[in-house]
Write a protein that binds this ligand. Structure first.
Ligand code: GTP
Ligand code: MG
Length: 422
């Protein structure tokens, strides 16, 4: 089955924690700090693999987690960086943030790369916190968490040519005759439920990718039939082969069919109706087709649209049609139109809020607090001084003052409480 949308979870590696450690040397009772830094967490990176055609793999595996950085060690040993997780997707994959639906990346070519979740920075070891006045820092920094998010992968087929037309006109039969694809073919409407792709490989024809989509009916642009889900698969094709059943065997008129399908294409997306179109008048083997063909051809001549007489079932005229399509393709550029506003997700911000608790304490909560407390060693005065400095730098002390804090008031951060001293 063809899969074109997948929702997955990605998480970059966490940064390793910085180490708290001191040199132990013979004859030196208390050496200097030698806690190394933690390693950076691995990124989650998407790259294009031209050999891939579907997002099938992502239906079975939903979680992608990059390696975390190692913690720092003694003896100033740095923690190893976590390895990046590289995920391969087919060309034409658009990555969106599942929560906001905004586009994170549009991967078209082999050179396209997108970092979708960044690894957390490693924490600094206690060596880095040593200063002339703080010679034995008894604390270190924790690693930063890696970014994580749910994303949606969307694959718009990168077919060169799309087969469009009413149900049962013979689109899948054409695909099966000129490519190695083996789509289901049957004499009823909506035999094709999901798009099929094939590579046209005929002598004298420069190969191209042909897409067969489910039949289009009136109202397709509003979701009637299977229409709308699949029209987007041909948004990026460069040429359309409009397949029309000229036998009239289903009681429809070929000329009306032509206009109706074009109306649907236009209502869905103006761009679709402007693509070069070549008409394939199919089922010419059925008696009565010839007369319809002449009428259709006269009508198409008015628009300067080329019509090919074919019988897909008996393989008549297909080679000439494909040869012509191949020539047209040589003069039609690739669709390079950007998909709209791009957006690179921001790094996680560490935030906090200050509230007055019922007992009068100043309560500070939030991710900033959680992270800061990880690095505090409350039994160590140097660590507490550093902690105070961070509060000051972040502007929290100032904010507390503005809220009217006085000496002796209680400040509470999660489980940790202390008296405020100016
Ligand atoms: N007589 C005749 N029958 C044909 C020809 N081409 C296709 N058919 C038949 O028409 C029926 C529909 O063919 P499909 O290729 O499944 O048609 P489709 O356009 O893909 O149909 P949907 O997938 O339902 O949209 C099948 O029974 C085919 O055998 C043809 O040239 N002549
Ligand atoms: Mg079909």
């Amino acid at each position: 089955m063809f899969v074109d949308v997948a929702k997955i979870y990605v998480k970059a590696g966490d940064g390793g924690h910085g180490a708290v450690s001191f040199r132990r040397e013979k004859y030196v009772p208390f050496g200097g700090p030698d806690g190394g830094d933690g390693g950076k967490g691995g990124d989650v990176i998407f790259v294009v693999d031209k050999g891939l055609r579907t997002l099938l793999d992502f239906r079975y595996k939903k979680k992608y987690i990059a390696m975390s950085g190692e913690n720092g060690g003694t003896n100033n040993k740095f923690g190893k960086d976590g390895e990046d997780l590289v995920i391969k997707v087919p060309p034409g994959t658009v990555i969106k943030d599942a929560e906001t639906n905004r586009i994170i990346a549009d991967l078209k070519d082999e050179s396209d790369v997108a970092v979708v979740a960044r690894g957390g920075r490693g924490g600094r070891g206690n060596t880095k916190f040593a200063t002339p006045t703080r010679q034995a820092p008894n604390f270190a920094e924790p690693g930063m968490p890696g970014e994580e998010r749910w994303i949606v992968l969307e694959l718009k087929l990168l077919a060169d040519v799309g087969l469009v037309g009413f149900p049962n006109v013979g689109k899948s039969t054409i695909l099966s005759m000129v490519t190695g694809a083996k789509p289901k073919i049957a004499n009823y409407h909506f035999t094709t439920l999901t798009p099929n792709l094939g590579v046209v490989d005929l002598p004298g024809v420069k190969s191209f990718v042909l897409a067969d989509i489910p039949g289009i009916i009136e109202g397709a642009h509003e979701g009637a039939g299977l229409g709308i889900d699949f029209l987007r698969h041909i948004e990026r094709t460069r040429v359309l082969i409009h397949v029309i059943d000229v036998s009239g065997i289903e009681g429809r008129d070929p000329i009306e069919d032509f206009y109706q399908i074009n109306e649907e294409l236009k209502l869905y997306n103006e761009k679709l109706s402007k693509k070069p179109q070549i008409v394939a008048a199919n089922k010419m083997d059925i008696p009565g087709a010839e007369e319809n063909f002449e009428r259709l051809k006269a009508e198409m001549d008015k628009h300067g649209i080329k019509v090919f007489k074919i019988s897909a079932a008996t393989n008549q005229g297909l080679k000439e049609l494909m040869q012509y399509v191949g020539q047209v393709l040589e003069n039609v550029p690739y669709d390079e139109e950007p998909l709209g506003e791009f957006y690179i997700p921001e790094d996680k911000k560490f935030t906090y809020i200050i509230k007055r608790a019922d007992d009068g304490a100043f309560e500070i909560t939030g991710s900033f607090v959680d992270r800061l407390l990880l690095s505090v060693n409350i039994y160590d005065s140097e660590s507490l001084k550093y902690f105070h400095k961070v509060l000051e730098r972040k502007g929290i002390i100032e904010e507390l003052k503005q809220m009217g804090i006085k000496d002796g008031d209680i400040v509470r951060m999660n489980d940790f409480e202390f008296e405020f001293v100016e």
